[in-house]
Design a protein around this ligand. Structure first.
Ligand SMILES: Cc1cc2nc3c(=O)[nH]c(=O)nc-3n(C[C@H](O)[C@H](O)[C@H](O)COP(=O)(O)OP(=O)(O)OC[C@H]3O[C@@H](n4cnc5c(N)ncnc54)[C@H](O)[C@@H]3O)c2cc1C
Length: 459
C-alpha cells in the first residue's frame, strides 16, 4: 500500500492542506481527507445556503491560492449571470455569498480528484475518532468503524463549537438554522454574542420568517464594524518597548490612527496596515500581556479587525434603528426553563438592577469555544494519551511555528487553522490560512517524503 498522510477536517484549512500535499509529496504518496460533515470543502463558514450570508472579505482577497490572487474573482466572474445574483458590488468592494465560496472550494477538490489518473486524494466521509500510534505512523480510526494506516496527520478541525452553553433546553445552535423554522414567528429570541455569528443568526431568523424582537447580549455589546473603501497606510514603525507592554502598544496604535486621521485616512487603513505583522506582534508580547489582551481587549480588536460586508451591516443597523434588534452589554445571571420559554435574568453592564426576559429560544452565538471543554473524541483521546496538549490559553493546540504539535514527544502530527491561534493568532481568515496550508504541506513533505520506501505500515 502507498504511504499516506491524513488530513482531519475538510473545511478551507484541511482542503487546501490536502491540495498542497498532493503537489508537495512524492507521487507514490496518497492523501486521505476525512470530513464528518456532509460536504467537503465548505466547513463551518461556507456550508450555509442562506443568500444573506455574505463573505466577510472582499472577493479580491478570497483566492484559495497565495500566488494567484485573482483566482476566486476570476472563477466568480466566469459564472452565468443568474448564479451571480447574490453577489453584492459595493463602494467598499465585491462581497459574494458564502455558499458560492463553498461551491468554489468543492470544485477545487473535485478537480484534484479527477485530475489524478490513479487517485491520490481519497475522500473519507466519516468522523475521525482516534489516531493510535503504531510502528511507522498511526492507525486512524473513524466513528464508522474503519481504520487506515497513515504515516502522519494534519489536524484541520477548525473552530471548536458545540459546548452546550448557555444551559437551557431552549438553546438553539446558530449552525443549525433549519431549527429556526420551528420557532413561533414573533415571540422574542435572545442571541448570546453580538459578533459575526449574531449577524448571521439575525439574517437566518429573518430569512425563515421570524418577525419578532431579538435581544443580542454580550459582555461589551460591541457589534462588528463595516467594511469601507480603504487606502494604503504604511506599516507602523514599532519599537521594542511598544512590543513589551499591551498598554503601550495600544496607545501607540491609537496614536497611529490619530495621525492617519489627520492625514485624511480612515482607522481601517491602519488596522489593515498592521495585518502583515499581527502574528509577530502577538508572539512578541509577553505571555501575561497576551492574557490581558484576551481578557480585556479582544472584543474591541475583533470588531475592528473582522468587519462585515456593507449589506449585512446595513441590515443590522436598520434592525437596531427600528428597535427590532436590541443590542445590550451585560451578562446572564440565571436561566429558568419553562415548558415553552425561558426566563433569562440579565444584568446590564454598569447597572445594578436586574431584568428578566421571557424568550422562546436562546441562540448561542458566542463563537469560539475552549479546547479543554471540547467533546471531540479525537482531541480528547490525543490529549489524554499525551500526543497533543492544549495551548497555554486554551484557545487550541500547543504547536510550534512549524505547525507541529508540541506534546513532549516528537510526533508526526501537525495542525493549522483556528487550532493554531495561540501560536500564530492570525490563522482564521482565508488570506492567512491559504499561505499556512502551503507551508504546512511543504514541511510535512520535507519530513516524510524521503521515508516513502522505508515505511512499512500495517494495512
Ligand atoms: C460563519 C463564519 C464565516 C466566516 N467568513 C469568513 C470570510 O468571509 N472570509 C474569511 O477569510 N474567513 C471567514 N471565516 C473564517 C474561517 O474560520 C476561515 O475562513 C476558514 O473557513 C476556517 O476553515 P477551517 O477548515 O480551519 O475550519 P472549519 O470551517 O471549522 O472546518 C473544519 C472541518 O473539520 C471537520 N471536523 C472537525 N472535527 C472532525 C473530526 N474529528 N473528523 C472529521 N472531520 C472533522 C468539521 O466538520 C469541519 O468541516 C468565517 C468563519 C465563520 C465561522
Amino acid at each position: 500500500m502507498n504511504p499516506v498522510i491524513a488530513v482531519v477536517g475538510a473545511g478551507f484549512s484541511g482542503s487546501m492542506a490536502a491540495l498542497h500535499l498532493l503537489s508537495a509529496l512524492p507521487r507514490s504518496w496518497s492523501v486521505l481527507l476525512c470530513e464528518k460533515a456532509d460536504s467537503f470543502g465548505r466547513g463551518l463558514a461556507y456550508g450555509t445556503d442562506a443568500p444573506a450570508h455574505l463573505l466577510n472579505l472582499r472577493a479580491a482577497n478570497m483566492s484559495a491560492y497565495p500566488d494567484r490572487p485573482e483566482h476566486f474573482s476570476t472563477w466568480l466572474g466566469g459564472l452565468p449571470e443568474d448564479e451571480r445574483a447574490g453577489v453584492a458590488a459595493t463602494p467598499a468592494g465585491t462581497f459574494a455569498p458564502r455558499a458560492l465560496y463553498g461551491r468554489y472550494l468543492g470544485e477545487l477538490l473535485t478537480q484534484a480528484v479527477v485530475a489524478e489518473g490513479a487517485p491520490r486524494l481519497h475522500l473519507v466521509h466519516d468522523a475521525v475518532t482516534d489516531l493510535v500510534p503504531v510502528a511507522g505512523g498511526y492507525s486512524l480510526r473513524t466513528e464508522g468503524g474503519a481504520s487506515y494506516a497513515v504515516a502522519g496527520a494534519v489536524l484541520a478541525m477548525g473552530n471548536l463549537t458545540g459546548f452546550g452553553a448557555p444551559p437551557s433546553r431552549h438553546r438553539l445552535d446558530p449552525w443549525r438554522p433549519e431549527d429556526f423554522g420551528r420557532l413561533h414567528p414573533d415571540r422574542p429570541i435572545l442571541v448570546v454574542g453580538t459578533g459575526l455569528t449574531m449577524v448571521d443568526a439575525v439574517a437566518s431568523l429573518r430569512g425563515r420568517g421570524f418577525s419578532g424582537r431579538i435581544v443580542a447580549l454580550s459582555r461589551r455589546g460591541l457589534v462588528p464594524n463595516v467594511h469601507a473603501p480603504t487606502t494604503a497606510w504604511p506599516v507602523p514603525d514599532l519599537t521594542a518597548a511598544d512590543l513589551g507592554s499591551l498598554t503601550r502598544l495600544t496607545r501607540r496604535i491609537r496614536a497611529e490612527i490619530a495621525a492617519a486621521a489627520r492625514a485624511g485616512h480612515d482607522w481601517r487603513d491602519v488596522i489593515d496596515a498592521l495585518r502583515p505583522i499581527i502574528g509577530y506582534l502577538w508572539r512578541s508580547l509577553p505571555r501575561p500581556e497576551r492574557a490581558r489582551f484576551l481578557r480585556h481587549l479582544r472584543p474591541f480588536w475583533d470588531v475592528h479587525r473582522h468587519r462585515t460586508a456593507p449589506p449585512a451591516a446595513a441590515a443590522i443597523a436598520a434592525e437596531i434603528a427600528a428597535g427590532t434588534l436590541d443590542v445590550r452589554a451585560g451578562r446572564i445571571l440565571a436561566i429558568a426553563d419553562g415548558p415553552g420559554e425561558a426566563a433569562v435574568t440579565i444584568r446590564t453592564r454598569g447597572g445594578t438592577a436586574d431584568e428578566t426576559l421571557a424568550v422562546q429560544g436562546i441562540i448561542d452565538a458566542t463563537g469560539i469555544g475552549r479546547i479543554d471543554e471540547t467533546g471531540d473524541p479525537l482531541l480528547r483521546r490525543l490529549t489524554s494519551r499525551g500526543l497533543a496538549r492544549p495551548d497555554p490559553f486554551g484557545l487550541g493546540l500547543a504547536a510550534g511555528d512549524d505547525y507541529r504539535l508540541r506534546a513532549g514527544r516528537s510526533e508526526r502530527l501537525w495542525t493549522l487553522g483556528p487550532l493554531l491561534r495561540c501560536t500564530l493568532w492570525e490563522c482564521v481568515a482565508v488570506p492567512d490560512i491559504r499561505s499556512q496550508a502551503a507551508e504546512v504541506a511543504t514541511l510535512v513533505a520535507a519530513e516524510v517524503g524521503h521515508l516513502g520506501r522505508r515505511l512499512r505500515l500495517p494495512a
